[in-house]
Design a protein around this ligand. Structure first.
Ligand code: ADP
Length: 195
């Protein structure tokens, strides 16, 4: 039973590492960004509502995001543990996640903070814009997303630091190297496979 959060700015490599770590630990990687994007693509009511915020680089209102996560964490596959990528991102969302966990008598194991400097983040996001053509990877929306992260999400890390849960990881370097750093930090905190 492994419950992890992955926190870091846009472009830090959360999505990439989330998939690799989830496979390693045999738990689902749950990305609010991916869930929103798939709803936008399928033009569901949630997608229609979320699209405007995403296109501007703003956060989708927490009422929608919290309901989405509450539903997703109630699915059977999440009972064995989970890795959340991109949630919580606001103080509201931290409170909601705390509530969900208390209700299911569960607790977080580790919060992985993935770090990279702004110059590298902008470089990676500009590159991703070319390769994937994501609508929110344009220069002014990227700048807005980085600001929103600094304003609303970065301060949340202190909450988890005060709970003794944060493993700070350098996100620079090869993908496999970063994965190795994270797995080593998790092992050092007692999270082993087949334990
Ligand atoms: P990135 O971390 O690279 O900005 P994501 O794919 O995680 O990208 O998220 C893309 C967009 O989806 C965000 O800019 C935001 O509009 C929305 N989103 C994702 N997660 C959340 C969340 N927890 N709360 C509010 N909005 C979110």
């Amino acid at each position: 039973m492994t419950r992890l959060l992955l926190i870091g700015p846009p472009g830090a490599g959360k999505g990439t590492q989330a998939v690799l770590l989830a496979a390693h630990f045999g738990i689902p990687a749950i990305s609010t960004g991916d869930i929103f994007r798939s709803n936008v693509k399928n033009e569901t009511p949630l997608g229609v509502e979320a699209k405007g915020y995403m296109d501007r680089g703003e956060y989708v209102p927490s009422t929608l995001t919290n309901a989405l996560i509450r539903d997703r964490l109630s699915q059977p596959d999440a009972k064995r543990g989970f890795l959340l990528d991109g949630y919580p991102r606001t103080a509201d969302q931290v409170a909601e996640l705390d509530k969900i966990l208390v209700e299911s008598s569960a607790r977080l194991d580790v919060v992985v903070q993935l770090r990279a400097d702004n110059k590298e983040l902008v470089r990676r996001l500009a590159h991703r814009a070319e390769v994937e053509g994501r609508g929110d990877d344009t220069p002014d929306v990227i700048a807005r997303r980085l600001d929103v992260y600094d304003e609303q999400t970065a301060p949340l890390i202190d909450i988890y630091v005060s709970r003794g849960l944060v493993a700070m990881i350098d996100g620079l370097g090869e993908i496999e190297l970063v994965t190795k750093r994270i797995i080593e930090a998790l092992n050092a905190r007692g999270l082993e496979l087949d334990a």
